[in-house]
Ligand binder design. Structure first.
Ligand SMILES: N[C@@H](Cc1c[nH]c[nH+]1)C(=O)O
Length: 399
């Protein structure tokens, strides 16, 4: 093994150095405080769990994304959390069992076997919020509003919001009469938005002409608000739940547009992204200059069922590291440097205490160190005057 090999980190498992680590931490505090102010209680999910509890109700995508290890204590297979949302659903259904609405937020490291994006991380720091116990426009708009406020807190100025509804596709699929394999082929073609392939698969396997043509139309229903009216017409023969879904998307979008007039909203009714647990409205936020969603979420009403309590649920998550990288302005770290050798000077010690208690960073030099204030990231230093007083002066000396 060469020295270079020893330093090599696995792809997508990155370390975070100063000053980025501090930026991430500052943003973490701001976001958790924001969630707290909206009534969301902080939870810490375990980093690993038995595989069954981690993956129940979540679908194949999450299974593939999960690192698996054998627990030497029990001999059972454990998974390292790849997504916090199902863990919080378990907490709500099993551990908390609150009556009425329950709101939780979190920030935790997750690991993924594969990154979602080409050069992306496999160790995101997932931050998010989940709202349980209510199904409808009010909870959808609350979560969307919280996501947009979180992005604004992180410094996003121009946000583009994509809204979809997986319930529409699911309702049409029920009418389509496909077997599991055909369903998978269709799902993949829609997920990757290869329209011609969707048409071919529909023509090959779906007997009912109206269902076939509605599926072909559905994948093309993306754009600004006028596509909702178009969808109402083109999907008029679909089950009643499709009309309800379209109505709820329209209402939610109206409220959000009213509350956040600067957000640009688009609709994509064939958006199936996610970990298969979503059941209703889904959404993703984008900012200019970055091709991937910076936050995403949606409704997942069935997840709690396997833990003994089906509860309506909606939520969103984001990768804190990406938010900090793309949005946070770099705040140069500054501080006050104190020369070495005065550790018994009472006057100095109380000055340092006072400065630190108001949040100022004070770095005390160590004997014989050959770098000075500027190299220690301090733009000023404490200087002892003849009368024994310590005063803060700009630092311009490099030792
Ligand atoms: N956990 C989902 C987003 C989400 C949160 N709650 C509901 N959905 C994701 O990372 O894509």
């Amino acid at each position: 093994m060469t020295i270079a090999d020893r330093w090599l980190l696995p792809d997508g498992m990155e370390e975070v150095l100063p000053p980025q680590a501090r930026q991430i931490e500052v943003l973490r505090r701001e976001l958790l405080d924001l969630f707290h102010s909206w009534g969301y209680d902080l939870v810490f999910p375990p980093p690993a769990e038995y595989l069954e509890s981690l993956l129940t109700g979540s679908g194949n995508d999450l299974d593939l994304q999960t690192f698996k290890v054998t627990d030497r204590n029990s001999g059972r297979l454990m998974g390292i959390a790849a997504d916090i949302t199902p863990q919080v659903a378990r907490m709500d259904a099993h551990s908390m069992q609150r009556q009425g609405p329950a709101r939780f937020c979190y920030c935790a490291n997750v690991l993924r076997t594969k990154s979602d994006t080409m050069l992306g991380s496999r160790s995101p720091m997932q931050v998010g919020a989940e709202l349980f116990g209510h199904a409808g426009v009010e909870s959808d708009t609350e979560i969307l509003g919280l996501m947009l406020s979180a992005l604004a807190t992180a410094g996003a100025e121009k946000i583009h919001l994509d809204i979809g509804h997986v319930g529409i596709y699911k309702a049409l699929l029920q009418e389509a009469g496909l077997d599991a394999d055909q369903e998978k082929q269709l799902f993949n073609a829609i997920l990757h938005k290869v329209y011609s392939e969707v048409d071919q698969i529909a023509a090959r396997y779906i007997v009912s002409e109206p269902v076939r043509s509605m599926i072909s139309r559905l994948v093309r229903l993306s754009g600004s608000s006028e596509i909702l009216a178009q969808a109402q017409l083109e999907l008029a023969d679909a089950p009643a739940s499709v009309k309800e879904a379209l109505d709820s998307v329209e209402q939610t979008a109206k409220i959000i547009q009213h509350q956040y007039p600067n957000v640009e909203i688009n609709f994509d009714l064939a958006e199936l992204r996610g970990y298969n647990y979503h059941t209703g409205m889904v959404f993703a936020a984008y900012i200019p200059g970055y091709a991937h969603a910076i936050a995403q979420g949606g409704r997942y009403d069935e997840t709690g069922k396997v833990f003994g309590r089906a509860r309506p649920a909606t939520g969103f998550s984001a990768d804190l590291k990406i938010l900090a990288k793309l949005l946070q302005k770099t705040d140069p770290v500054s501080g006050i440097f104190v020369p070495a050798g005065f550790s018994t000077d009472e006057e100095l010690l109380s000055t340092i205490r006072a400065l630190r208690s108001e949040g100022t960073r004070v770095v005390v030099g160590l004997p014989e160190q050959d770098v000075g204030a500027l190299e220690m990231g301090c733009d000023s230093e404490l200087v002892r005057k003849e009368d024994g007083q310590w005063v803060v002066e700009p630092s311009n000396r490099i030792f």
